[in-house]
Structure formats: C-alpha cells, structure tokens
Design a protein. Sequence first.
Length: 311
Amino acid sequence: MKPAAFDYVTPRTVAEAVAALADTDRKAQVLAGGQSLLIEMHYRRARPDLVVDINRVADLDALRVGDGALRVGALVRHRVFESPRAAPGPLGRLLSLAAHHIAHPPIRTLGTMVGSLAWAHPASEWCTVAVALGADIEVRGGDGDRSLGAHDYFRGPHLTTREPGQLITGVRLPLLEQNTGVGFLEHRRTHASFAQIAVVATLTVHDGVITGARIGLANAADRPVRAVAAETSLIGAEFDQVESEGQRADAGPFHRAAGLAAERDASPRAQPYADVDYQRHVVAVLVRRTLHQAAADLRADAGRGDSGDAG
Ligand SMILES: Cc1cc2nc3c(=O)[nH]c(=O)nc-3n(C[C@H](O)[C@H](O)[C@H](O)COP(=O)(O)OP(=O)(O)OC[C@H]3O[C@@H](n4cnc5c(N)ncnc54)[C@H](O)[C@@H]3O)c2cc1C
C-alpha cells in the first residue's frame, strides 16, 4: 500500500524542527531513520499530514562523553554502537552486545537509538537499556528544554510521557564504573525478529562482594521494565558464590534473582505463541544466563588488567 498524502519539510536547525512540530492544526511526525515510521505509513496505521524530516539538522548526529555520561544525539544510528569503542569501558561493551540484536545491518545503518526511544516498542533493546541504566531523555518543545527520566518515561506499547510537539534531541546514558561486568541475551523466533524476551544485566563488584546490579527486561510487560526485586536480592552476595552456582543451576544468588525477576518483576501478557507461564520460564532462564554472562565479562575485564577490582 502507499502512504496517505502528506506534506514534507526538511528543517536545518532544532528550532525550525520544533516550530514545524508546534503547528497544532496538523498531525506532524518526525522522520529520523524511517525504519518504523515509513512502514506504519505504508500500512496507513500512521497518517501524518506533515512529515518533519530531521536528517539535515546540524549536530544531531553527535556522540559525546562528558559529566559521567554518554550523550547520544537524535541522529546517531544503531550501527555506530556495534563497535564497543563507541563508548568507554563497560558501557561500550554493553551497547555493542545490544546493538547486534537489533534487526539486521541495513536497518541498523538507518535506524536511530533515539527513534527507538520515541517509538517505544516493549521489545526494544535500546528502550530496555535506557530503563536499566536510568537514562535521561532530552526533549525540546515550544516551552524549552526538558529532561525525561527513562524510569517512568514508558507508559505502555508506544506510549510515553513525551508530549506532542516535543522533539527528542538526544539521550544521556550514564557511564558504568570500571569494575562492572555486562550481559545482554535475547530469545526470538527468527534471526531478525523482535525479541520474545530480552534481558540486559550489569554487575558491579568491590572486594569480592556484589555492590551494584541492574537488570532490564524487554517484552516481559507492556513496556520495558527494571527487575528491581531481582537486583535487590543480589546486593551483598559474594561474587565467589557465583562460581559454585555455575556447577549447580538450581541454587545460588543468580538462581534466586532469576526466580524473583520471573515472578515479581515480569508481568507478561498471554501471546498467541506463548502463554504466561512459558514467558516467565524464559525470563528466569535468560536472567540467570545473562547474569553469568555479566560475571564472565567482569572476570575477562579483570584479566585484561584494566578493571582494578573484579572480586
Ligand atoms: C524488519 C525490521 C526489524 C526490526 N527489528 C527491530 C528490533 O529487533 N529491535 C528494535 O528495537 N527495533 C527493530 N526495528 C525498528 C528499528 O529499530 C527502528 O529503527 C526504530 O524503531 C526507530 O528508529 P528510526 O530512527 O528508524 O525512527 P523512525 O522510523 O524515523 O521514527 C519512529 C517514530 O519515532 C518518532 N521519532 C523519531 N525520532 C524522533 C525524535 N528525535 N523526536 C521525536 N520523535 C521521533 C517518529 O515520529 C515515529 O513516530 C525493526 C524494524 C524493521 C523494519
């Protein structure tokens, strides 16, 4: 099918883009990578009467490190993050793991991290990373600049706290301290399809004790969620116990955390291809495996000699 008729503008500055979006008489939509919007328009599920193409807006493709965060501009493509060098230390490794799970290379070449945050699909890798890390989403509207915390930004499938007329200019992801291990795993039906369930995990260890844990779940609810009960259960656990858990999968801190994530943190909806019990089972398996992946990453980083303290 072809899209319904629409007008098209190509602003050169953020101010021009915001002015175009401010026209409340029109149903305006931003065009970034087009990898979700254009499909919706072709199926006529989206019928904007004005498309504001931001691809010529200067400086939106900038990636900057400063003030303890990586600032990702609205035109930075998924593909940039395939390299772990796109961000320093563990954050770069985490973004690289996640990026490789998004669709396939042509889509990663065009699609943007910020476009994913705007689109707010419950299975989105970037949305789940943003929630797990506590990112700040920067928007500009007619009343100036605002920062929206990712922890309560997502309100349901394709629903967020962003108001109509607000352009997302970028997102700030906090850098992760050096003695942090990272993991990202996904269960999906075909190679390039959206995740049935995906898990992001980070583990921080000081003097052999887990002092920090962040776990995000994709598609385990109507929005990406942080597995707070699972995270809390890990704080204070001895990192050595994790080694012995590797031999016995039915006991230990990661097993306990996986159960809490599945039963307390996830709230899956029945799907045609998977009932709720099955999805909780997948959450538990993936959380345990992703935590082991993060533990292995921490040990490998300590082996490279640049972590200082891996327990
Ligand atoms: C075959 C296929 C497989 C895919 N698989 C995955 C997957 O596994 N995981 C995944 O996460 N995604 C997947 N996607 C979606 C893809 O990642 C998109 O790139 C992404 O969801 C949207 O980014 P975009 O830059 O293309 O945004 P666009 O398509 O240009 O825009 C998407 C929406 O966000 C709005 N928007 C975009 N940028 C801004 C902004 N700066 N401010 C305000 N609003 C904005 C648009 O108006 C529109 O409503 C897949 C897509 C396809 C076609």
